[in-house]
Design a protein around this ligand. Sequence first.
Ligand SMILES: [Zn+2]
Length: 226
Amino acid sequence: MFLFSTVYEKTRKKYKANCHSDGMGIDLGIKDFAITNREQVFGNIHKTSIIKRTEKRLKRVQRALSRKYEFQKKRGEKPATKKGSNIAKNILQIQKVHQRLARMRDAYRAWVVSVIAKIKPAFITIEKLNVQGMKKNRHLSKSISDQGFYDFKQKLRNACRKMGIELREVAMYYPSSKLCSHCGIKKVKLSLSERVFQCEHCRQSIDRDHNAAINLMQASEYVLLP
Ligand SMILES: [Zn+2]
């Protein structure tokens, strides 16, 4: 699909083919979908114009439908959802756009997994995500469910099984963002707005998510996912 290259553009030049024997840490997020310790950045597909356009279209057909229902109510008619009615056509339209969005999201996740699996790292470490807890944040709820982390993990698991890659998962409380990936000192305070991790101890300055991905790779406490 053509849109993948636009989400993935930051990655290619940093791609190193000579570290197949090393492990890999993957940090999942909202701003970018996935960041690996090798500075591969898989962007958030929802920031691409094609998804934005499709979501706009969904809103438009949804509005059209609710408008029709309202008019019907005003006229005091019974709801007509039989075949051939405009309302039935509208419902079908909405279903189609929903399907299209779901397919694009799904294909993107599958594609990210295939790119990662092709590198054949010795192991992959991911974080156990507290998706339910994250969803409690009303503002993030939609973007989190759109990302489909659970499905991504499932796909990654299948790919790892097939390729013989060890899949590790670190606990929810592992401070992957707060640790300095260079000297291992833990920061006491790290606000979400700090996009660059700056270590006061060793003076390392590194992208926040990249730092987290390296920490995940270096984690020594984990469970193996079968
Ligand atoms: Zn440091």
